[in-house]
Design a binder for this molecule. Structure first.
Ligand code: HPA
Length: 245
């Protein structure tokens, strides 16, 4: 079953034929909201909105462990995470869709592992390629099927938030090799790997990152809203065309 984590601008899936909702509790606490089960273009799907249905949970307070664990226990066998980001790379302006292939983690103080304080055995995960290649390909092929242009590859910089970055921080991220910047990509991706769930992200560029182009002086929040509104229709189309990898 396909699991979808919705980000800003995607708190529900309009085209999801809802069968039922389920409040789930996990050993890690409660996920961001009740899970929604249904069919999306004929495919069994389970959905959770990362920031809650009323968009009330900021990025640093999302219970990433509970969200991933709830999806796994609900029967999700692969996960597509939708996330809004700022564009750093010159070709990734507002409205661009990106399937990143790498991550740099700048977050701190988040519960970022299922290994608690006293595991019986310390287990390390391989994270050389943080996103599952088959799920990435499934997203790219879905975009191809519905003829949505999409950028294949890029480095996702995960920042702590909830504030946006300074212009100097964005310059530093660019020097580090980052293409896009967002606040929720980690620890989500690492937890999915720990949980053994193939996971990839479909990112929507909502704004130029701080200091760039029309964000040179400030980031305008009404523009973010407008860009997300426009782009989420396209994201929904891509998601509808997903086929099991
Ligand atoms: N920075 C971090 N996260 C974001 C941004 C940004 O510019 N835009 C949307 N999410």
């Amino acid at each position: 079953m396909l699991g979808i984590i919705g980000g800003s601008g995607l708190t529900q899936l309009a085209n999801l034929d809802v069968a039922h909702r389920e409040v789930m509790r996990t050993a890690w606490g409660e996920p961001s909201g009740p899970l929604v089960f249904g069919k999306l273009a004929g495919q069994e799907t389970v959905f959770v909105p990362r920031h809650g249905y009323g968009h009330t949970i900021p990025p640093h307070l999302v219970n990433y462990r509970a969200n991933i664990d709830a999806l796994r226990r609900a029967g999700a066998t692969w996960i597509v995470s939708v996330a809004s980001v700022g564009g750093i790379r010159a070709d990734l302006g507002p409205g661009a869709l990106v399937v990143p292939d790498q991550i740099i983690d700048y977050t701190w103080g988040r519960e970022s592992s299922y290994q608690d304080a006293s595991p019986s055995q310390v287990v390390h995960i391989d994270f050389t390629k943080p996103y599952d290649q088959a799920v990435r390909q499934a997203i790219l092929m879905a975009a191809n099927r519905c003829e949505e242009p999409l950028s294949d590859g890029g480095v996702y910089a995960a920042t702590q938030g909830p504030r946006l970055e300074t212009a100097a921080e964005i310059n530093r991220l660019e020097r580090d090799g980052a293409s896009i910047v967002g606040m929720t990509g980690m620890p989500e991706a690492a937890l999915a790997r720990e949980a053994g769930l193939p996971y990839a992200a479909l990112c929507v560029v909502a704004n130029w990152a701080a200091g760039r182009h029309d964000s040179a002086k400030a980031i305008k929040f009404d523009q973010i809203e407008a860009a997300l509104q426009l782009a989420m229709g396209r994201v929904r189309r891509v998601i509808e065309h997903l086929e099991l990898p």
